[in-house]
Design a protein around this ligand. Structure first.
Ligand code: SIN
Length: 538
């Protein structure tokens, strides 16, 4: 086993370069902190750039809309599991966060070219047109471009192609830094009194996902192994419309943004019958969990593996102007959306749960912070409202940097400054292909006790203890641990709610109107724990 042989120091190490990570790094730098960003890929390799729809925000220039209404829509979509206080705080801070992003150079689409007012679209679960967007359907790419450009002035040092393996901790469990592998796989340590996880999501738990290959649940595993609880992990949001590219799709599938339905498109099955008619009062713009479940039921009833999104009411020029990214993806599979409906199917998209944090990014472990998709602030509940995630990343990323600065101003205990070299940990690692297959078959939309038990047994049989000496092993270990934690929560929640659909418990019950928290036992097994508060939670 190799011992770490290089070392660097910072006040704050940020893991990940998505919207939350870079927002936090830039704010930390403004506050005078010595910040170091680590990413296992290139700076622009994260999930943020794939976001299409936009940022849900109430800027006060649309008469019929209000922050309170946006909060209400979020709570309704979250099916009783959102934290109303956290939700109000995050959504209330949205306008300032978007203005800060504009000040960094992000350009959003306008009602008319060079006009003052930003254009708005609507997505599932929103009762108003409040989603601002950029480049038509390339909002994430513009957000990422603005943040990466602002970070590239030399004052935010970045270690690209470096993989975070484990946190360094004092005997009392406080985080003192990070064990990482450099681009050549050589271990080293980053000594820091604060580590912020902004590692994004877990879509690679499944065979088909809208997420890029980096979305391997790394932050969830790091946090669990550091002693931090995670919650709401059973709520994996499946996006209703990723482009169907043929049976047995694997890896990242192109998204067909919900904004297409916001602009009037409708879902139809192979017979041309509407999928959402009569299912929900908001029909094709119902919350995402409702639409994905309805598509899944319709596909099962007809024995099909996809449905269609009929966008033919838009002219070719309208579609090209508004949805250039979707158009390019459709053309690669030979579909022209202005003349033929787009084949689509649900795929894993967003983790509503994650590491338990306050709205200021504090976890239950001193020195460990989290923001963005990896964190569970209470904003998403059992089903995230569309386009609330870029907003959350901007708001919580900023606030997490501020809480690190405030915590460090109180003084760092001297033992937290000590971080010793240590060997890479040895943990169970399952075969990724096997894991994705059983997760897709038994832990996607429509689960039951028997299937979840099969996932558990397959993981137990296929997992082998391996030292985390390569990026691939770190990722596979993260997927293994996260899958175990997820199925523990999914098996325990004996009801259906939001994104968690149990075929053997189809009803939503008041008894289960609470979040489930998962921690690791001393031997590293995920177990359901009592709800845990993050530090500083009310
Ligand atoms: C979409 O554009 O449909 C996805 C946006 C989101 O997941 O918030």
């Amino acid at each position: 086993m190799t011992s770490p042989c290089w070392e660097a120091r910072a006040d704050l190490v940020v893991v990940g370069t998505g919207v939350a990570g870079l927002t936090a790094a830039l704010r930390a730098r403004e506050l005078g902190l010595n910040v170091l960003v680590v990413t296992k890929d290139a700076a622009d390799g994260g999930n943020t750039r794939w976001a299409q729809g936009g940022v849900a925000v109430v800027l006060g220039d649309i008469e019929a809309d209000s922050v309170a209404r946006h909060v209400d829509d979020t709570l309704v979509a979250g099916v009783g599991l959102c934290d109303p206080v956290a939700t109000s705080r995050i959504i209330g801070a949205g306008p300032a966060a978007v203005r800060r992003l504009q000040a960094l150079g992000a350009e959003f689409d306008r009602d008319v070219p060079d006009g003052d007012r930003l254009a708005r679209t609507r997505e599932g679960g929103h009762t108003a047109f409040r989603v601002v967007h950029a480049g038509g359907d390339a909002t994430g790419a513009e957000v990422e471009r603005a943040l990466v450009t602002a970070s590239r002035d030399g004052r935010v040092p970045m270690l690209e192609h470096h993989t975070a393996v484990d946190t360094l901790r004092t005997p009392a469990g406080e985080v003192t830094g990070l064990l990482v592998l450099d681009a050549n796989g050589v271990p080293g340590i980053l000594v820091a009194p604060a580590v912020l996880l902004a590692t994004g999501g877990l879509g690679q738990l499944y065979q088909a996902t809208s997420n890029p290959s980096v979305a391997t649940a790394d932050g969830i595993a790091l946090a669990l192994r550091s002693g931090a609880p995670v919650a709401d992990l059973e709520f994996v949001q499946f996006h209703p419309t990723v482009l169907y590219t043929g049976s047995g799709a694997r890896g990242r599938c192109p998204l067909v943004t919900e904004a297409v339905r916001g602009e009037g498109a409708v879902l139809v099955d192979a017979r041309g019958d509407r999928v959402m008619a009569g299912v929900h009062p908001q029909e094709d713009l119902a919350p995402r969990d409702v639409v994905s479940a309805a598509i899944t039921r319709r596909m099962a009833a007809l024995g099909d593996d996809h449905v269609y999104l009929d966008t033919t009411h838009l002219t070719a020029a309208e579609f090209r102007r508004r949805f250039p990214t979707v158009l390019a993806a459709c053309l690669t599979v030979g579909v022209d959306p202005s003349v033929a409906p787009i084949p689509v199917a649900p795929a894993a998209h967003f983790s509503c749960g994650g590491v338990v944090t306050t709205v200021d990014g504090r976890t239950a472990v001193a020195g460990l912070y989290a923001a963005g998709e990896v964190a569970r602030t209470g904003l998403h509940g059992a089903n995230r409202l569309a386009s609330n995630s870029l907003l959350e990343g901007l708001v919580v990323g900023t606030r997490a940097a501020e809480s690190v600065a405030a915590d460090l101003a109180l003084g760092v205990p001297s033992e937290r400054r000590l971080a010793a070299c240590q060997p890479v940990p040895t943990v169970p690692v399952a075969d990724r292909d096997t894991l994705q297959r059983v997760m897709s078959r038994y832990a996607a939309i429509g689960r039951d006790a028997e299937g979840l038990a099969v996932v558990g047994s397959v993981l137990d049989v296929s997992a082998v203890d391996r030292p985390l000496s390569t990026r691939e092993l770190v990722e596979d270990a993260a997927l293994t641990l996260t899958a175990r934690a997820l199925i523990a929560a999914a098996a325990a929640r004996e009801e259906s709610r939001g994104c968690h659909v149990r075929d053997d418990f189809p009803a939503t019950t008041t008894e289960w109107a609470r979040s489930l928290t998962v921690r690791l036992t001393p031997s590293g097994q995920p177990m359901i724990a009592e709800p845990a508060m993050a530090r500083g939670a009310a």
